[in-house]
Design a protein around this ligand. Structure first.
Ligand SMILES: Nc1ncnc2c1ncn2[C@@H]1O[C@H](COP(=O)(O)OP(=O)(O)OP(=O)(O)O)[C@@H](O)[C@H]1O
Ligand SMILES: [Mg+2]
Length: 479
């Protein structure tokens, strides 16, 4: 649950944090640029006022420079100012203090920086914005006036209230915040929908996976979408299926191995009992018993040896001792081992002995073990009256050993699996299901191929292909 909320939190923080940063940057840029636009336009309108009063004053100064009385001129200007409702007009003395104002109120005493700026500026103008004495936000522009000989006479100042502009900017601010909140809200909704569509199925998958981990291999996840999550469901379901199959194979393996071990043990125990009861003087019975016991012990050690080999193969420790050899020797020895059993079970064992087979590089014992496994299968999965044919072929670069039988065969569906460990297509006959897996691995280590062709009810053909030893090869190098 903690992890679930952490994905949600991380996702939200990442995506919403990014959007929030964008909103703040663009919102601030928008507010600042509109503020600058409005301030500039106020400044522009003050400037055009100043332009017109400047041209009037210049005419007056030029027409009568000597008789000009700045004080009376100022009063005259203020009195004739018509836009008193919109703007305030002030006349400043040479020290920057307000002499008279169009508002008619007592003029402010403070000297503002726009006058000093105007005195220094080339165009004789200076601007200031801030709070006036009444606490109102205003902007002012002052025009410094000089007589024709350059002496400072004073200044004319226009003051306008910024209340309307500030209101406008505040409105924009409100709008930006509103849009920002709306965008964030929609992002939040869209994201939480998207996250839920991922987090909930993931939680479901997690639950099913835990169930599988606890041993419920039949538990399956219901696939609800065809996207990556759906694919994950398929994979986990497939994995559960594979685990379930492996579990079943393992259980089958344990039961078949136990059965395999029990059969000779029962025989040994039975004969030992018989011999004890009969006593030592029955030589014939004792001899027969000992013979059976020896045979069964050999069978037992064969099973144990096969299991050990299999476990070595699983651990990658199957040691090979390669040498140049003729396949016919190994094959011949394996065939001899089954002659008696075949005739006992009324199965014809036909071995077509090869002449002049090219040598291969192989591990004599392991290769014999492979042939024994395959021939034993052929006998085990044949019925009385069946025929087994063993032949070899020189294919130039390869040597082929073909062992075919007319036995029960393997069903089409089982055929691709019979080389897998523990896999048994036919449960009616004994065996642990590791013979072919081991044989396949041994042939693979010889750089050869083990192929099985089979048809149910018709028979099986196992073809082993081994590379011919290179001419100069007299050692085991390379294998
Ligand atoms: N010649 C064959 N004819 C019919 N089925 C065969 C033949 N060879 C193998 N099979 C099928 O393939 C399965 C796997 O064979 P494999 O030799 O690995 O196991 P096994 O013979 O059952 O046990 P093990 O060889 O370990 O004693 C067998 O259980 C059998 O169903
Ligand atoms: Mg076998």
């Amino acid at each position: 649950m903690g992890r679930k909320s952490s994905i949600m939190r991380r996702w939200m923080l990442n995506s919403i944090g990014f959007i929030l940063a964008l909103l703040v940057i663009f919102g601030t840029a928008f507010i600042l640029s509109s503020r600058s636009y409005y301030y500039k336009s106020v400044e522009y309108s003050l400037s055009s006022r100043v332009d017109s009063v400047e041209s009037v004053l210049n005419q007056m100064i030029a027409s009568n420079p000597s008789a000009l009385n700045f004080d009376s001129l100022a009063r005259e200007l203020v009195e004739s100012f018509v836009d008193k409702e919109k703007l305030e007009m002030q006349v400043l003395g040479s020290n920057g203090a307000v002499i008279v104002s169009s508002t008619g109120f007592e003029p402010e005493k403070t000297v503002r920086s726009d006058y000093s700026k105007a005195l220094l500026a080339d165009d004789n103008r200076g601007t200031w914005s801030g709070k006036n004495q009444a606490g109102e936000h205003v902007m002012s522009m002052t025009l410094a006036l000089r007589s024709s000989d350059g002496a400072v006479l004073g200044g004319i100042r226009y003051v306008t209230s910024m209340a309307r502009v500030d209101r406008q900017i505040f409105m924009y601010f409100g709008l930006v915040v509103l849009v920002g909140v709306a965008v964030l809200f929609f992002m939040l909704m869209a994201n939480s929908y998207l996250i839920s569509s991922i987090v909930h199925p993931v939680a479901e998958i997690n639950r099913a996976a835990r169930q599988i981990a606890l041993g419920d291999y039949d538990s399956r996840i219901v696939k609800k979408s065809d996207d990556e999550i759906g694919e994950l469901c398929d994979t986990i379901n497939y994995m559960a299926g594979e685990i379930s199959d492996a579990e079943r194979l393992k259980n089958d393996f344990i039961s078949s191995v136990s059965h395999e071990l029990r059969t000779p043990l029962t025989a040994i125990k039975g004969w030992a009992e018989t011999m004890r009861q009969a006593g030592a003087w029955d030589v014939e019975l004792t001899e027969k018993g000992l013979e059976v016991i020896a045979g069964e012990v050999e069978r037992l050690s064969g099973i144990v040896e096969e299991l050990l080999d299999f476990s070595r193969m699983q651990g990658g420790h199957l040691v090979m001792k390669f040498a140049r050899s003729d396949v016919s020797a190994e094959l011949g020895e394996a065939v001899v081992l089954f002659r008696d059993r075949a005739s006992r079970e009324s199965i014809e064992l036909l071995y077509i002995e090869p002449e002049n087979l090219p040598p291969v590089v192989c591990d004599h014992d392991r290769l014999k073990q492979v042939f024994i496994n395959i021939i034993e299968n052929a006998i085990k999965y044949s019925n009385p009256g069946g025929r087994i044919r063993i032949e070899t072929a020189d294919m130039g670069s390869h040597v082929q050993v073909v062992i075919s039988d007319t036995g029960v065969g393997v069903a089409k569906d089982d055929l691709p699996n019979i080389k897998k460990k523990f896999y048994k297509a036919n449960r009616s006959r004994p065996g642990s299901g590791i013979g072919l897996a081991l044989a396949d691995e041994i042939i693979r280590r010889h750089k050869g191929r083990l192929e099985i062709d089979s048809e149910e009810g018709i028979g099986t053909t196992v073809t082993i292909t081994l590379p011919v030893a290179p001419n100069e090869d007299r050692s085991t190098v390379g294998f």
